[in-house]
Structure formats: C-alpha cells, structure tokens
Ligand binder design. Structure first.
Ligand SMILES: NC(=O)c1ccc[n+]([C@@H]2O[C@H](COP(=O)([O-])OP(=O)(O)OC[C@H]3O[C@@H](n4cnc5c(N)ncnc54)[C@H](OP(=O)(O)O)[C@@H]3O)[C@@H](O)[C@H]2O)c1
Length: 104
C-alpha cells in the first residue's frame, strides 16, 4: 500500500522532519488510517503467507505536488518495487521508506 511520511504521527510531530513542515488534515488523516487498514490486512492474511506493508516514496515530482518533489518518479518507485520483491522471510505489517522501517 502506498502511504506517506505525512501519515506518520511520529514524523509530523518531529520538528526536525520535513514532514512536520506541512499540515494536510484530510491527506494525513487518510494516510494514518491507511496504516491501520494495512495492519489489519497483514494480520488477516499472514496465515496464507501473504505480506502486506505500507511504503512511502519520499518527496517525488508528480502532479500531486505540482512537480515540486526532489525525487524522480523512478526514484520514488524504488521502495515500492523493493518491498514488492521481498521473499518469504520478508516483513509484514510494517511501514517502510527508502531507509528502511519508518516510525508510525
Ligand atoms: N508525490 C509524492 O511526493 C508522494 C509522497 C508521498 C506519498 N505519495 C503517494 O503516492 C501515490 C501516488 O501519488 P502521485 O504523487 O503519483 O500522485 P499523482 O501524480 O497525482 O497521481 C495520482 C494517481 O492516482 C489516480 N487517481 C486519483 N484518484 C483516483 C480515483 N478516485 N480512482 C482511481 N485512480 C485515481 C490518478 O489518475 P488520473 O491521472 O487518471 O487522474 C493518478 O494516476 C499516492 O498514494 C500518494 O499519496 C506521493
């Protein structure tokens, strides 16, 4: 599932994080909820060997932000692709960015 750094309560309340410099009520609320939905799916599907995680792409140049991002779409896709290719020993029920596991 595609989440966002602004869907992390830890990051939006950390003054040293870029994610705390914006305030998007509906977007953040939906991404926080997405993390909860993901955890529920991960629990439900774990017995079947299906892994469910949220990834966040970083700040990517797309229509969403008027192309103001610092990453290209290819770079933004990297975490999603890496997590889509995890093996049987890979994680489930987590929140990941380009540097690995992210705080909720
Ligand atoms: N860009 C960033 O920096 C950034 C950062 C964090 C997370 N994300 C996440 O990455 C994902 C992709 O965002 P993006 O930056 O690529 O945004 P985008 O350029 O605005 O693209 C959004 C895509 O979603 C489709 N879409 C929108 N509403 C839809 C609907 N109701 N039903 C079906 N498709 C719909 C759009 O289709 P049409 O083109 O046909 O309208 C478009 O292909 C989002 O989940 C976003 O929250 C992006």
């Amino acid at each position: 599932m595609m989440g966002s750094g602004v869907g992390s309560l830890a990051l939006i309340t950390d003054p040293t994080s870029l994610d705390s410099s914006v305030n998007f009520l509906d977007y953040t609320a939906s991404k926080v909820a997405l993390n909860a939905v993901m955890v529920s799916f991960a629990k439900e599907l774990e017995p079947f060997g299906i892994k469910v995680n949220v990834v966040e792409p970083g700040h990517v140049q797309t229509d969403l932000n008027g192309n103001s991002g610092i990453l290209t779409p290819d770079e933004g896709a990297a975490t999603a692709i890496r997590m889509a290719l995890i093996g049987p020993d890979g994680p489930t029920g987590g929140f990941f960015g380009s540097h690995g596991r992210q705080p909720w």
